[in-house]
Design a protein. Structure first.
Length: 259
């Protein structure tokens, strides 16, 4: 159980400007900056307990080192938050209990891919009693099987494992999850904190995000599922669905407390 003296430690990664000219994204770096700032202002996250990596700084080595350093600083009473907004991909790999199809999801960092197994290993190596992993990228739902593999883990993902994630231009955000998560812990806290007690529980956060997806992630087209190997939300936005796995946490676990 996280108590009042717990700290929030975090690693925040956002990539809009990829190497070259043909693979850039809008607002993903701003997603990470926004949530990083909210954690400092609203929840007193300390500079020594957090890392912000944007664009060319978000290399595989840098993200790995940040998760190791910040994760090792955590105590059993603390919460570790890992946030990523950027491209995601899939690669073929060995079949195992977490990936029986042999398909592994990845974070497309600035220089190389980071696989789901590696993210899970870094998160689980931390002494933090609770870890929340929020990934806003294509195919991110595939991370759930790997990340939520230990007690105290919660995963929040922008789409299912065979579905790409859309960029919500109307919100000036890299992804719907990024925008709605920032809302939930900041300007719309009075909506997300359903009982108004100043604590945001795992259930309250899940409920708020699900409701926002229902409100905003709607198809405006009449086309059907793409014939490609994955679902393209340009064909039908309603195929994009929030994935939340809080099997490692009780529904009433407090995640965030406003000061």
């Amino acid at each position: 159980e996280i108590t009042a003296d717990r700290r929030i430690l975090g690693v925040f990664v956002g990539i809009s400007d990829y190497e070259g000219d043909g693979n850039d994204l809008d607002y993903c770096d701003q997603d990470a900056q926004r949530l990083y700032g909210i954690m400092q202002r609203e929840f007193e996250m300390q500079p020594d307990d957090s890392v912000l990596l944007l664009n060319a700084d978000a290399t595989l080595d840098a993200v790995t080192a940040a998760l190791k350093r910040v994760g090792e600083r955590a105590r059993p009473n603390d919460m570790l938050l890992f946030f990523y907004s950027g491209h995601g991909d899939q690669v073929a790999g060995p079949e195992d209990a977490f990936d029986p199809d042999g398909i592994h999801e990845t974070l497309s960092l600035y220089d190389r891919e980071m696989q789901d197994d590696d993210v899970a290993a870094l998160i689980n190596s931390s002494p933090a009693g609770i870890a929340v992993v929020a990934i806003d990228s294509c195919f991110s739902g595939g991370f759930a099987k790997d990340v939520v593999s230990a007690r105290g883990r919660m995963g929040i993902f922008s789409s299912e494992e065979d579905v790409v994630s859309a960029v919500p231009e109307k919100f000036r955000a890299g992804g719907y999850l990024s925008r709605f998560l920032a809302e939930a812990v900041s300007e719309r806290r009075h909506d997300s904190d359903r009982n108004g007690d100043g604590d945001l529980t795992a259930h309250e956060l899940s409920h708020y995000l699900a409701e926002r997806y229902l409100q905003e992630v709607r198809s405006t087209k009449e086309r059907h599922k793409s014939d490609d190997e994955f679902v393209n939300v340009d064909d039908d936005l309603s195929f994009q669905r929030l994935v939340v796995d809080r099997g490692g946490l009780s529904h009433d676990q407090v995640l965030f407390t406003w000061k």
